[in-house]
Design a protein around this ligand. Structure first.
Ligand code: GLC
Length: 448
């Protein structure tokens, strides 16, 4: 077992108290903590900070920690009730090679992703950076290097934005659970937490995203989340933060599902490529590239982002299936990225073989089950000016009868794979009214 100095864990208790500082937005302008205030429209400052992120649409989540060495999912410490002393042994097998972060960044870029978010500390409590507040970190154990620094440098080298995931819940720190009922433990643990976040926000240059996770066992008040965010914005005025420290933050975080927020509230759907965030050797339940592309399209259609995860192996290598899937997605994005990046919210969505995105008055019909030489859209209200296959530029024939938009002249087999895009120019912002079709389309012997 590695010689973990438990006293080192408590250094955080003596950390300098967090200094309250001015935020971009007064705290009172934030919606109240608790449920996502989905009706809250973005403030001018949020619009300023978040424009790049809205345009980006697609990011890489990276779950990397000691759980990679164990290879049985990042929740194993709790799900298998592994004692702390035994779990610490995984530090010995946690050995990312020096080029690991560059490999992640290159794959993200090749996949068409525009940003990356790495676990700085997951629930297991191990810190991936050179923290002064605990010796349970990657400079003392495992790689003996600052994984966070390598990640930030690799991301920037590929022109990607970078963000840190940070788990408030901590299964390793002695105060991580007892802070719930013990005020002295809470004081120590909240100072430790704010101190760690302060380091992350101070020592790595400009950070684009702070991605909090699981707040158990405290609520916003217990975590002093207002003060936490104030510190973060004082140190990183352009950053965006999520909602998992029990404040609204800048965006909501539907997990393993795609669910748009109402009222213009920003959202990002995070999802695994198989069924695990951290590396799980035996998990072979991979999504195929078409599923990933369909999900990305749905996010872009509904005004959200897609944060798609990889769980690197203990040597930092990317699981081959993840590499294969994301490379295929990237190939598609090279041909079709213009239909995703900076897309506008798109109202049309009904088809059994296609999905839609939109830019201005151009509707992109993404056909994922190729039906043959024609496709139809029901209830499209706008007049179609032209339609073409995006990949080949082939111009298509369109006819409209007030209910059906019928596009003909397509090849019998799909010209692109795994999804073919048809670019449709409309005479206004495209809208679909399928109820009108149900109610008013002429029926047998009626209306003809
Ligand atoms: C959950 C899980 C965690 C994962 C995260 C990603 O909160 O606890 O393992 O990191 O979701 O959204």
């Amino acid at each position: 077992m590695p010689n973990i100095d438990r006293r080192g864990l408590l250094v955080g208790a003596a950390a300098t108290p967090v200094i309250a500082a001015a935020t971009q937005e007064p705290a009172s302008a934030q919606p109240p903590p608790g449920r996502d205030p989905s009706a809250a429209a973005p403030t001018a400052d949020q619009q300023r900070r978040m424009q790049w992120w809205h345009d980006a649409k697609f990011g890489m989540f990276i779950h990397f920690g000691l759980y990679a060495a164990h290879g049985r999912h990042e929740w194993a410490m709790e799900n298998e009730a592994i004692p702390v002393a035994e779990y610490q042994n995984f530090t010995a097998g946690y050995n990312p090679g020096p080029g690991s972060a560059r490999g992640w960044a290159r794959l993200a870029k090749a996949a068409g992703m525009k940003y990356m978010v790495l676990t700085s500390k997951h629930h297991e409590g191990f810190c991936n950076w050179d923290t002064k507040l605990t010796n349970y970190n990657a400079v003392n154990y495992g790689p003996k290097r600052d994984v966070i620094r390598e990640f930030v440098e690799a991301g920037r080298a590929e022109g990607l934005r970078v963000g840190f995931y940070y788990s408030l819940m901590d299964w390793h720190h002695p105060d991580g659970a007892r802070c719930q009922d013990d005020p002295a433990a809470r004081r120590r643990f909240v100072d430790y937490t704010h101190g760690l976040i302060r380091e992350l926000m101070s020592n790595y240059g400009k950070i684009d995203i702070l991605w909090y996770d699981v707040s158990w066992p405290l609520e916003a008040q217990g975590w002093e989340s207002e003060k936490m965010n104030q510190m973060v914005f004082a140190l990183q005025p352009d950053i965006i933060v999520n909602n998992r420290n029990r404040l609204a933050g800048d965006f909501s975080t539907p997990e393993q599902t795609i669910r748009a927020e109402a009222g213009g509230r920003a959202w990002e759907s995070c999802m695994t490529l198989n069924d695990s965030w951290g590396y799980q050797k035996a998990d072979d339940n991979w999504k195929d590239p078409r599923t990933v592309i369909r999900n990305l399209i749905t996010c872009a259609r509904d005004g959200g982002n897609y944060l798609l995860n990889i769980g690197p192996q203990p040597d930092g290598g990317i699981p081959p299936e993840s590499g294969r899937i994301l490379t295929a997605v990237g190939e598609w994005m090279k041909r079709n990225g213009e239909t995703i990046y900076a897309a506008d919210i798109c109202q049309p969505h009904t088809s059994a073989y296609a999905n839609f995105t939109r830019k201005g008055s151009t509707l992109f019909m993404h056909v994922f089950f190729w039906p043959g030489t024609d496709v139809s859209i029901s209830g499209l209200k706008q007049k179609i000016l032209s339609a073409k296959i995006l990949k080949t530029g082939a111009v298509l024939t369109v006819s409209q009868d007030g209910f059906r938009t019928h596009i003909t002249g397509l090849p019998a087999t799909a010209p692109d794979s795994p999804v073919t895009t048809i670019a449709i120019e409309c005479d206004g912002v495209p809208e679909q009214d399928t109820l009108n079709v149900r109610e008013h389309k002429p029926r047998m012997g009626v209306g003809i």
